[in-house]
Ligand binder design. Structure first.
Ligand SMILES: [Zn+2]
Ligand SMILES: [Zn+2]
Length: 339
């Protein structure tokens, strides 16, 4: 999207409850027009949950939204990130510099912070995974040039002052928020729960519209971890969800169920592709994404997702990598049903 198109989306603040503001911050990404940061009143200032995207103009958008809620960035007493993705964490460093406050985030943030510290090294690693997965050389070159020099959307790498783990409590005027680890979308993902009011801050773990994305390559079974994290949130019985994108919603259980159905459906597509015979991960992507028209971005997303499901099947002894083949090919295990 062009810079002028980006400017047309303007940040704004909506008060969703007394002491809770949704800061809607624009994103320059196709199909994802904005990200939510949540300003929670806390004494004379606010706790800010998530930050918006870093890079040019990012802090201005946050300032604009905060001013509509009656605050300045200086009033941030604490930054809490639901996970280390650029749209939720990118401005953290700048806010800390302006407000002199702490950052609390889950300690498994290397999936982002390491990549941001060595983008070229991480790009090479991704290219290698893609090559192993059967992506043709021509597509690899296109992907490499589309990624190189891309803005990561982070002002500076700020490391957490405190590890955001279960047992940590976040004090606000609305009450105390508790921390639940919800890996899957990202290894560093947590949800926050306010038990007296049954409110969940869900980050990207649970959105109003199902949108599956897993960070592949950092944990053993991202798809399985995501499913377990849905159960963790379901047990909380929250009745209002403040999500990382889109409007707040109330039917939390219904949204969790929709995610389970979508994962099952998409795992089913990968299984169906393998039922035709052994395939490279890349050969499975069109079946998963239901299109032959694969842009570099779709290949990137679809390949990570495919690899996550294959890994999940492998751990359940439902599929296996065929020994000694390069690029790798996968087959269903005889007599097993991929769950
Ligand atoms: Zn995310
Ligand atoms: Zn996000």
């Amino acid at each position: 999207m062009s810079e002028s198109a980006r400017r047309r989306e303007i940040a704004r603040a909506d008060r969703v409850l007394p002491g809770v503001w949704r800061l809607r911050l624009p994103l320059p990404w196709p199909g994802v027009p904005h990200v939510n940061a949540w300003a929670l009143a806390a004494g004379s200032g606010v706790v800010l949950v998530d930050t918006g995207l870093g890079g040019p103009g990012g802090i201005k958008q946050l300032e604009l939204a905060m001013s509509q809620a009656g605050f300045q960035v200086e009033h941030v007493r604490l930054v809490v990130c639901t996970h280390a993705h650029s749209d939720h964490y990118g401005l953290a460093g700048t806010i800390l510099d302006v407000a002199g406050c702490e950052l609390w985030m889950h300690p498994n943030h290397q999936h982002f912070t390491k990549r941001a510290a060595d983008p070229e090294g991480m790009l090479q690693r991704r290219i290698e995974v893609a090559r192993q997965s059967g992506v043709p050389e021509e597509a690899l070159r296109r992907y490499q040039s589309s990624q190189r020099g891309g803005d990561l959307g982070v002002d500076r790498i700020a490391l957490p002052d405190r590890d955001l783990l279960p047992g940590v409590e976040i004090q606000t005027d609305l009450g105390v928020w508790q921390v639940y680890e919800t890996p899957g979308h990202a290894p560093s993902h947590v949800c926050l729960h306010q038990p007296d009011r049954d409110i969940l801050i869900s980050g990207d773990h649970l959105l109003g519209r199902v949108s599956l994305y897993y960070d592949y390559g950092y944990t053993p079974d991202p798809a399985g971890e995501f499913l377990s994290s849905l159960d963790v949130v379901d047990r909380l019985g929250a009745r209002l969800c403040l999500s990382g994108h889109g409007r707040p919603f109330r039917d939390v259980h219904g949204h969790l169920e929709a995610n389970r159905r979508e994962v099952a459906e998409r795992m089913g597509r990968v299984r169906a592709a393998l039922e035709e015979g052994p395939k490279t991960p890349f050969e499975i992507v069109p079946t998963l994404m239901q299109t032959e028209d694969l842009t570099p971005m779709l290949v990137n997303w679809g390949l990570s997702e495919t690899l996550c499901y294959l890994r999940h099947f492998e751990l359940g002894d439902a599929a296996r990598k065929i020994d000694g083949e390069e690029p790798e090919r996968w087959a269903l295990v005889e007599g097993a049903r991929a769950a």
